[in-house]
Write a protein that binds this ligand. Structure first.
Ligand code: SF4
Length: 503
């Protein structure tokens, strides 16, 4: 058994919450228990010896009020040196925290209904809920109540606190596929068969160093079965998932070995106690694969405006300004997307231009080009596993390339990570960069480590449903912008109007 498996047996992971006040009072974390802090959404940032922590905060149903966003901004300002990231699981991330700060931060979050239970660790992570829920005319069902119930039933639940590895669930409402079901352990995808709205269930998606796209379980379930089926699948993974080798512990490996049909049998027989109806023969029609960008009509005549952050990074001043704008132009609510962006819904058509102009002043204008379609992970700035810088480098690249390629007529998705772990999914982008290092000799003959990127081309969880092709060469970090520019320029020179990179 790995160390973490032993640790989980010694202390039920969610009991770490009971120890946090003690660690905070002492200003010190028991080094033997430090890995369990992940279950509270907290873990050491790089360099670990400096003692600073990062924290991930779930946003259940992906919707929050302006007042809640102001509380989040206050935490980032008071404790996080003004840094605030929107993650690609619709969560927020703080940095530069000390253990002494954690109790007050948790209290502040609780006052506005946010929490960190299971934001990291071997348990049910943030449930991705369609950010278009309740808004979009193409929506088949408003999935917010289901996402809230899923979060309430599985997340932070002691029954699921000791899974073999992390476990990701998404619930998607429209054929835009904004819930990225292909790369979740369970993806519930709403669609309609013979006039009946239900969910096609996908299992075993996950990226990391070895990427697997989810496969259909072969069932079609009613909305009122979603939580029960989610619990059954999670239970089957808890009991049957592999625990010896953490690199082979995700559900994707179990699905690969058993196949979806046998896994379905186990779920039905041992966990549900009844058979599920078979799913439709063909999966739902696909679009998208990137964020639903820009200004979009709601079914009630209002509009939702998806604003583009730069690789998810905002700050307290921008967050407060967004809260003000949501109150002034919308109904005082905002949403987070699974692409490090945010949304202000419920905007009157005649007010859209004014809102967009205000967002532009904040450098958060809705962009269908590079800023809105590029995501990057934490990287060497804070991540202990990182091999390369990520966010700052990509931000510089966007600043340089965006004006030049503002004429792109389709979204061009760039996902970049600082190592092979794929937190920002380099395998499913038009242009995916995976951070690595190579050793080379400098002019004096001394060996130096150089940051480089492996390149993955034309992956898609939208139209094409395929992993990107890994190229043989590597791109030195110093030439990242130049390389990206060439790929986009070449694409523009050879494409027909409206043709996507994947096509
Ligand atoms: Fe860290 Fe690697 Fe994940 Fe990036 S992909 S956040 S570098 S573990």
């Amino acid at each position: 058994m790995s160390d973490i498996e032993t640790l989980k047996k010694e202390l039920p992971p969610f009991e770490i919450f009971d120890l946090i006040p003690q660690y905070a009072a002492a200003g010190q974390i028991d080094p033997e228990k430090i890995d369990l802090l992940k279950w509270a959404g907290v873990y050491p940032q790089r360099p670990q010896e400096d003692g600073f922590l990062m924290m991930r905060v779930k946003v259940p149903t992906a919707e929050l009020s302006a007042a809640t966003l102001r509380v989040v901004a206050g935490i980032a300002e008071d404790y996080g040196r003004g840094l605030l990231d929107v993650t690609d699981r619709q969560a927020f991330q703080f940095h530069w925290l000390r253990i002494q700060d954690i109790p007050d931060i948790l209290n502040r979050l609780e006052t506005v209904g946010l929490h960190t239970r299971g934001a990291c660790g071997d348990t049910v992570r943030a449930v991705i809920a369609s950010p278009l829920a309740g808004l979009d005319a193409r929506e088949r069902i408003d999935v917010r109540p289901l996402a809230a119930a899923m979060e309430g039933s599985l997340s932070g639940n002691k029954e699921f606190e000791d899974l073999p590895r992390k476990f990701k669930i998404s619930i998607t409402a429209t054929p835009e596929l904004e819930g990225i079901h292909h790369i979740n352990d369970i993806g519930f995808l709403a669609h309609e068969v013979n006039g009946e709205v239900g969910f096609d269930v996908w299992v075993g998606g996950g990226l990391g160093a070895v990427a697997h796209l989810a496969q259909r379980l072969g069932v079609f379930i009613r909305p009122d079965q979603v939580i029960e089926v989610g619990r059954a699948i999670t239970g089957a993974y808890r009991d049957h998932g592999y625990r010896q080798n953490r690199k082979k512990s995700r559900l994707k490996y179990l699905i690969k070995d058993l196949g979806p049909a046998r896994f379905r049998e186990i779920v039905e027989t041992d966990y549900l106690g009844y058979k599920l109806p078979d799913g439709p023969a063909a999966p739902v029609a696909r679009f998208g694969g990137s964020d639903v960008l820009g200004v979009n009509p709601q079914r009630d005549g209002l509009n939702y405006v998806v604003l583009s952050t730069t690789v998810g990074r905002i700050n307290p001043a921008k967050a407060r300004a967004l809260a003000d704008l949501a109150e002034r132009y919308g109904k005082g609510v905002l949403r987070t997307t699974a692409f490090q962006n945010m949304m202000i819904p419920h905007v009157q058509t005649e007010e859209v231009d004014a809102l967009v102009a205000e967002l532009a002043l904040l450098d958060l204008a809705p962009k269908a080009t590079l800023r809105g379609t590029t995501i990057a992970c934490t990287g060497t700035q804070f991540c202990r596993l990182a091999l390369t810088e990520t966010k700052a480098r990509v931000a510089g690249m966007i600043d340089e390339l965006e004006p030049k390629h503002a004429d792109l007529d389709v979204p061009f998705v760039i996902n970049l990570t600082g190592c092979s772990n794929a937190c920002t999914r380099y395998q499913v982008a038009d242009l995916g960069f995976m951070g690595a290092q190579r050793i080379r000799k400098d002019e004096s003959g001394a060996e130096i480590a150089e940051e480089v990127y492996n390149v993955h081309l034309a992956g898609s969880i939208g139209q094409a449903e395929r992993l990107g092709a890994k190229l043989k060469g590597i791109v030195p970090a110093t030439r990242l912008t130049e390389y990206t520019d060439k790929v986009i320029s070449d694409f523009k020179a050879h494409k027909s109007a409206g043709e996507s990179f994947v096509e």
